[in-house]
Design a protein around this ligand. Structure first.
Ligand SMILES: NC(=O)C1=CN([C@@H]2O[C@H](COP(=O)(O)OP(=O)(O)OC[C@H]3O[C@@H](n4cnc5c(N)ncnc54)[C@H](OP(=O)(O)O)[C@@H]3O)[C@@H](O)[C@H]2O)C=CC1
Ligand SMILES: O=C(O)[C@@H]1CCC=N1
Length: 264
């Protein structure tokens, strides 16, 4: 049995994804902090709602999906109940595997994961790293769990905070750009709904080309950018306003914030 501890936004998204992938509700359990949340998940998915202690005792795999700030108290609650042989998978930003290992019984294998919200549509980017007691089999089990909801990549744990900044938070940056482009449409006098449709379809088309054409993004952009044309006029403004430098600094700031999260 797989238990998702702290089934909030990411936990529920993963739960629904693994059910879509064919696991039966009887193979899954969740833990929650509020009874009404548990009732909703039981009704929506037919899964069992357990206490954290019950989940630690009975599930083979514990997927921890609480906020980083709630990690220490959850691990303290779990510690007396985690028998040898349990696999612990953490989805929390910024929490090193060593932080978890230090708070659980000796030798418990821990795999750290950073996924993102496109789990909802089976298009997640998940990156995984083994802690000091996790081996190939534990990584393979984690990949088996995550691959139905998107791509999975193994990375060294030293790159996890960077991956959190890049792909964990990544969808937010694209949504932000979409918002800004829709505002531009409003500025140009478009109805909001029409502007949104134009921008979203452009984003979807660009994303599919990025994924499926095999072309580098620079070549794809150059193909849109006609000599003396409209696109280069926009690109000049983006460069003048330092958008590329802002992106570099923004993602570095997200990486740095990730490094602070284990401090509470
Ligand atoms: N949102 C995102 O895009 C991404 C988030 N993450 C990571 O995923 C994790 C979860 O984030 P997200 O889903 O957004 O957060 P949510 O707040 O939506 O989910 C966390 C859930 O855990 C519950 N919870 C907290 N403590 C306990 C406990 N002791 N026992 C049982 N349940 C508990 C919370 O209950 P309550 O509702 O009462 O607060 C909440 O429902 C975070 O660590 C985050 O860093 C990773 C990648 C992307
Ligand atoms: O903002 C956050 O902290 C989380 C981690 C990655 C995406 N959302």
């Amino acid at each position: 049995m797989i238990a998702i501890l702290g089934a909030g936004k990411m936990g529920e998204a993963l739960l629904s994804g693994v059910l879509r992938a064919g696991r039966r509700p009887a193979q899954l359990a969740v833990t929650v902090r509020r009874a009404d949340r548990g009732a909703l998940l039981r009704e929506r998915y037919g899964v069992t709602v357990l206490s954290n202690a019950e989940a630690a005792k009975t599930a083979d795999t514990l997927v921890i999906a609480v906020k980083p700030q709630d990690m220490a108290s959850l691990l303290e609650e779990l510690n007396p109940h985690v028998p040898a042989g349990r696999l612990v998978i953490s989805m929390a930003a910024g929490i090193p595997t060593a932080f978890i290992e230090a708070r659980l019984p000796d030798g418990v294998p821990v795999v750290r994961v950073m996924s993102n919200t496109p789990v909802h549509v089976d298009e997640a980017m998940s990156v995984v790293s083994a802690g000091s007691h996790a081996d190939e089999a534990h990584l393979a089990l984690t990949e088996e769990l995550l691959s139905p909801v998107g791509k999975v990549l193994r990375i060294p744990e030293s790159l996890q905070d960077g991956a959190t900044a890049l792909s964990g938070s990544g969808p937010a940056y694209f949504y932000y750009l979409v918002e800004a482009m829709v505002d531009a449409g409003i500025l140009l006098g478009m109805p909001r709904a029409a502007a949104l449709e134009m921008v979203v379809q452009s984003a979807v088309g660009a994303a599919v080309m990025l994924r499926d054409s095999g072309e580098h993004p620079v070549l794809l952009r150059e193909a849109v950018t006609s000599p003396g044309g409209t696109t280069i006029a926009a690109i000049r403004e983006l460069e003048r306003h330092g958008v590329r430098a802002a992106v570099l600094e923004a993602i570095e700031a997200a990486r740095n914030r990730g490094r602070e999260l284990a401090e509470g």
